[in-house]
Design a binder for this molecule. Structure first.
Ligand SMILES: [Zn+2]
Length: 469
């Protein structure tokens, strides 16, 4: 057996600690190649949302499951936007776990890509294509776990449910919202695993494994300023453009209250332990009243993600005003992209925003809410502890960080039902992270090795938490 084939097996034998993992060894050369092929096939199905056309992806997944004798059920609010659920039964002594992956993707600007976005090209150790990191990697990993559970005839204490859902990219009413509201029985679980995690590697060493435990709430609002219309040659005190500009400036400069939660506190504590001393001192002193202002300013200037996870953020993103250069318009509008902390009181926050703007001629119009509020998922339960344990086994020496996403995912709906949910995903190198080839970017791509390691990570997690001893 050449070394290339032996290495993964040796790693597995060394790393497998629980009885279940000793019993169920997987040949990852074969399984990894199979996973890569399914990823490629899914990327080739153009599920750009809008319009989505996720039914084609669901049909593909259904046929792959069926070939191994796994039944699945299709659920659709719209026939073109199908969700798929498959379940492998356990003995019922524990409650199910739910693995999710969304089949839709965001659109592309194809002329900015060096490779065909829906070609599924494998080149230089990468798989290129829209969805390779968001979220056909998770769809494929969930699919592979189901196939491997079935093929290995694994005895389970709990059902393992796989949901490939439509509509995550902006239209969850066809996907997770529909499933939660209309078909909760099909996906009800004790824990959920989905997208939104990952990790960072430097040279071949994985430094950090991020597990997403919570996310900010999208609660955007439009500012509408109103004044008197008129001729541009005649100044007026109630010029809607000027009123709006002042309001936007105040909202954009507003430093909202800083607040840590269990996730972000653990995140900064653990990050401090592995950071250079000059960074660590910042992470350790965020709540130090004498240091915090300077630290927050430092985050804002050097790593805005850290600034964002400390607070509800208010970011002006669009302004619309006027239609002719010599006409004062009667109305002007601006979009504020507001991302609230999970515990924010939404109505009170809009009230504080009104106080900051302090101008009755500006109305705050909240955007339609499409994800519910949900408390962060705990970091002291069986699932999180399992994820941590497996992360350390698959990525020796890595530090596990619970993370809060600044963006939204379908886990919000699941968490709002009281189910702790954790975001997982492939590791990326520092070079990859700075290359601009990530989720939603041009030339989205995943390293083949990292993807296969991720499938293995999900598999070991599921075995650890679900297989009978
Ligand atoms: Zn996604």
């Amino acid at each position: 057996m050449p070394l290339r084939l032996l290495t993964p097996l040796i790693c597995l034998l060394i790393s497998a600690s629980s009885a279940a993992q000793d019993r169920y060894l997987v040949d990852w050369d074969t399984a990894g190649e199979e996973a890569l092929q399914h990823l490629v096939e899914l990327i080739k199905i153009n599920t750009t949302n809008p319009p989505g056309n996720e039914t084609q992806a669901a049909t593909y997944v259904k046929s792959v499951l069926a070939a191994d004798g796994i039944d699945s059920t299709l659920y659709a609010l719209d026939p073109d936007r199908t969700n798929l659920v498959a379940r492998i039964k356990g003995n019922g002594s524990k409650r199910p776990i739910l693995i999710m992956g969304h089949t839709d993707v965001v659109g592309v600007q194809a002329d900015r890509w060096t490779e065909e976005p829906f070609g599924g090209l494998r080149k230089d150790g990468y798989v290129y294509g829209r969805g390779s990191l968001d979220d056909k990697d998770n769809v494929t990993a969930g699919l592979m776990v189901m196939l491997l559970l079935k093929r290995n005839g694994i005895e389970l204490d709990r059902d393992v449910i796989f949901l490939a859902e439509a509509g995550e990219e902006g239209t969850p009413e066809y996907g997770i919202t529909y499933m939660v509201d209309q078909h909760w029985d099909a996906i009800d679980a004790e824990f959920c695993l989905a997208e939104g995690g990952g990790g960072i590697a430097e040279h071949d060493h994985v430094e950090v494994v991020g597990l997403q435990t919570t996310e900010k709430m999208i609660r955007r609002a439009t500012l509408v300023a109103r004044g008197t219309a008129g001729h541009g040659s005649v100044p007026r005190p109630d010029n809607a453009v000027s009123i709006l500009a002042r309001a936007v400036a105040k909202a954009g400069a507003w430093q909202t209250e800083m607040r840590l939660n269990e996730t972000t506190r653990a995140y900064f504590e653990r990050l401090a332990a592995i950071s250079r001393p000059d960074d660590a001192v910042h992470y350790r002193n965020i709540e130090n009243p004498e240091e915090t202002d300077a630290i927050q300013q430092h985050f804002l200037e050097t790593f805005p993600y850290h600034y964002s996870i400390l607070r509800t953020s208010v970011v002006p993103t669009m302004i619309e005003a006027g239609f002719r250069k010599n006409v004062i318009p009667s109305e002007a509008t601006a979009m504020l992209d507001i991302r609230m902390l999970p515990d924010e009181n939404v109505e009170e926050f809009y009230g504080m925003l009104a106080d900051v703007i302090d101008d009755p001629r500006v109305e705050i119009v909240p955007e339609r809410v499409y994800r519910p509020a949900a408390a962060p998922s705990g970091i002291d339960n069986e699932m999180f502890e399992t994820l941590e344990r497996v992360a350390k086994r698959v990525y020796p020496g890595a530090t596990v960080l619970p993370t809060m996403s600044t963006g939204g995912t379908d886990m919000a709906q699941v968490r709002a039902k009281g189910v702790p949910a954790y975001g997982v995903g492939p590791i990326r190198t520092r070079d990859e992270l700075s290359s601009g080839n990530g989720a939603h970017s041009d030339n989205e791509r995943v390293a083949e090795d990292a993807f296969v390691d991720f499938v293995r990570f999900l598999w070991l997690t599921v075995i650890d938490v679900a297989a009978s001893e």
